[in-house]
Design a protein around this ligand. Structure first.
Ligand code: BGC
Length: 724
């Protein structure tokens, strides 16, 4: 009860944050068209320089701190307009309602690059319509433990998957002239105490697990902005971590955009400016004129230290056209049926069918007369996790509404809320007499949210409910609404069917119903491993013991003031053994493996071949690629999609390596009986590991196994590649 009160306070605080800009602008930004007087045909760098030369020190500093919670200040004298940001990856959170998409972990469960592209483009159109130029997403932090409150905002446990899926999203948003902000850099893998957990991570683990998705987003996605995280990394706040913000991001990866601080995460003035921070949000606490002037007077900073971030901002705004267009673009709608359709398409492909004993699903509408739909989550289906990723949508469809609409008039739907109480006698009878029972369980956006961690188990009353319903009706289907994997071991054997439904956005209920009745054939695959027991994760050995324990001290106010509190170290002692890397290497049987998801049809993978079976390492370092080709056939009776997953194993190496690592994937749609040939490209990075003694990525000569399957635990074909 007390926990709920604290969580509610945090949620209220976060919506107040999101709403504060509304107050300034009547809930909606006014049209405006202010652009600087420059020759816009000149290169962005040139125009940035021209403007920079005209700015006074005060005007420069003015740009380095936000206002109205979500804006970068205007410089009226030089006609530099105010630039607006908005959260985030599942839609446009601020500035009135918008289309709510499935959350990023659900997007990742689609394993479908085209959908990520479409979602990105649609969200960017809504940004343009509303006057938003910077989207504060996508998040690509790695799913290290299943209880992290923000796992739903990220793209799962595998760095390759997260990076690959971030690319189309980023490219789509940015080709619409909206800047993406890849976040939270780096090692913000816990919301238990995000302001004071010092992530202690060794170099190899950073390079192989926690950096790659960011690196891909920068180098191949081309993101123009990166957000630093709240936490310190190896003893230095991410917001003033020179290693992260300059040596890695700019010098090693060649990032040429700007770095935004997470909201209230600067702890000094000189440190961030020297480390590579460009913008303090939501307002200047440390990057103020007074503080900066003092440091300049003392000789600790020079005007060049201020020019650097201002130049980064100006150049990017010119480059993205933000300084050469009206604030709003009226050719795009703020929402539309077409946008909602993209959200629905994404939701359809995100659902992961985890169990389907005796082909209970899909339900046959002709053969069914009565369905019992049980659980509050069916009626009040959570569409997003809590916090800055939660989008206020239009008329979200609940699971109950979806089932009612898709089942049609000939099927009687009996809803039983069964919130806190045991079922009454008549409700029990309803469940017994139903042809099937659908039990909807999961977390609310208050229970699963930014600012604190969530529990590994479902709320007790929900698992009790599952067992109660399963005892009454042997055809019980469970729908799971959450952004993570949860404990299922205590009830899984009692139910014949289970669907992971994530937080699916505004059309989620419809998509769930369509899968139940088979008008959609499920094709989602887990972007994380689901364990039998919490203790089965190697990472939890190094995590807090009771992550879901709430404390006022830790989370009120949500954007904490860490300087008043002690920083605690969190060792990433499992090193590379995150998710399936651990389960597969250490032979721990998962409940459901990474990459797993059932279909109503069946597929066969065969004839894996490599374009070369032996290649010198030098050719790979020069950029040569190897093509892995595989045949996939739909051997069942229905059209469906399968995700072809390619893993690489290095059986012998000078440093220990995980049992296998994902290095390629492709989602393929096939009609019954249809076959296709899929080609996946392998390059140096598919075989290399980070040698921390040498401080570089190396691929060692020897035999590698190239394995293709449809989960990390179901490998259908193998081939050997020799590196010479
Ligand atoms: C979150 C960021 C978000 C920002 C602005 C912070 O609390 O950590 O992800 O973009 O708020 O809403």
């Amino acid at each position: 009860m007390f926990d709920q009160l604290i969580k509610q306070t945090v949620q209220n605080q976060m919506s107040a944050d999101a709403n504060s800009s509304f107050a300034m602008s009547g809930n909606r930004l006014e049209d405006s068209h202010i652009v600087p007087d420059v020759d816009h045909s000149l290169p962005a760098e040139k125009n940035a320089e021209i403007i920079l030369q005209q700015m006074t020190l005060e005007e420069k500093v003015n740009m380095l701190g936000g206002e109205d919670n979500l804006a970068i200040k205007a410089t009226e004298r030089l006609k530099l307009p105010k630039v607006w940001c908005s959260d985030a990856s599942a839609g446009v959170r601020c500035f009135q309602r918008a289309t709510a998409f499935p959350v990023p972990i659900a997007m990742a469960a689609t394993w479908n690059r085209n959908l990520l592209d479409q979602a990105g483009e649609t969200i960017a159109k809504e940004c343009r319509a509303k006057g938003v130029s910077i989207l504060l997403g996508p998040g690509v932090n790695i799913y290290r433990v299943p209880t992290c409150g923000r796992n739903f905002e990220y793209m799962g446990e595998d760095p390759f998957l997260a990076g690959e899926l971030a690319i189309p999203y980023i490219k789509a948003v940015q080709r619409m002239g909206v800047i993406t902000t890849v976040k939270h850099f780096a090692c913000n893998n816990s919301d238990y105490d995000r302001h004071r957990i010092n992530s202690k991570v060794d170099e190899r683990t950073l390079q192989e697990i926690y950096y790659p998705a960011f690196k891909t987003a920068v180098q191949r996605g081309g993101t123009k902005s990166v957000m630093s995280s709240y936490n310190p990394v190896n003893g230095s706040w991410a917001s003033e971590n020179h290693e992260l913000l300059t040596r890695i991001l700019r010098d090693e990866w060649g990032f040429d955009g700007f770095v935004i601080s997470d909201w209230i995460s600067l702890y000094s003035t000189e440190g961030p400016l020297k480390a590579g921070m460009d913008l303090e949000m939501p307002k200047a606490d440390f990057l103020t004129f007074k503080r900066i002037k003092e440091l300049i007077n003392k000789g600790r900073l020079t005007e060049k230290d201020i020019d650097r971030p201002v130049r980064n901002l100006l150049k990017t705004f010119f480059e993205m056209g933000i300084y050469n267009r009206p604030l709003k673009d009226h050719q795009y709608p703020e929402y539309s049926e077409e946008h909602s359709q993209v959200s629905l398409d994404t939701a359809r492909e995100a659902i992961v069918l985890l169990k389907n004993e005796n082909n209970l699903l899909p339900l046959n509408r002709e053969a069914i007369t009565r369905i019992a739909v049980v659980g509050k989550m069916a009626k009040e289906t959570t569409t997003c996790g809590g916090g800055s990723c939660c989008i206020k949508s239009f008329e979200p469809v609940s699971i109950l509404e979806g089932i009612r609409a898709v089942a049609g008039d000939s099927v009687e739907i009996n809803y039983i809320e069964a919130d806190l109480n045991r079922l009454t006698h008549s409700e029990q009878k309803m469940v017994e007499e139903a042809d099937v029972a659908v039990v909807a369980v999961g977390f609310t956006s208050q229970d699963e949210s930014e600012c604190y961690d969530k529990s590994w188990e479902l709320p007790y009353l929900q698992s009790r409910l599952i067992k109660e319903i399963a005892a009454l009706n042997s055809k019980t289907i469970v729908t799971l609404t959450t952004g993570t994997g949860v404990e299922t071991e205590s009830w899984l054997t009692q139910v014949p069917a289970l669907m992971h439904c994530f937080f699916l956005g505004e059309q989620g209920g419809k998509a769930v119903a369509e899968v139940l009745f088979g008008s959609v054939n499920p094709s989602g695959k887990l972007p994380f491993t689901m364990a039998k027991k919490w203790a089965d994760f190697e990472s939890v050995k190094y995590y807090v013991k009771k992550p879901d324990k709430i404390s006022v001290f830790r989370i009120i106010g949500p954007q904490g003031k860490p300087k008043f509190r002690r920083i605690r170290d969190m060792e990433y002692g499992e090193k590379l053994m995150v998710g399936y890397r651990h389960f597969d290497t250490n032979r721990v049987t998962p409940q459901f493996p990474f990459g797993f998801g059932l279909s109503f049809t069946s597929f066969e993978l065969s004839q894996l071949s490599l374009s070369e079976t032996s290649i010198p390492v030098s050719r790979l370092t020069e950029g040569d690629k190897i093509a892995a080709t595989i045949k996939i056939k739909n051997t069942g009776q229905r059209a469906g999609s399968e995700v072809v997953q390619l893993y690489v194993k290095d059986p012998e190496s000078s440093l220990p390596r995980p049992d296998k690592e994902l290095k390629g994937f492709e989602k393929v749609h096939l009609l019954p009986g249809e076959s296709k040939e899929i080609t996946l490209q392998l390059d140096f990075s598919s075989f290399a590991f980070f040698d921390d003694n040498k401080g570089q990525w190396i691929a060692e000569p020897g035999e590698f196994q190239v394995m293709v399957g449809n989960s990390s635990r179901n490998i259908a074909e193998k081939a050997i590649l020799k590196l010479g």
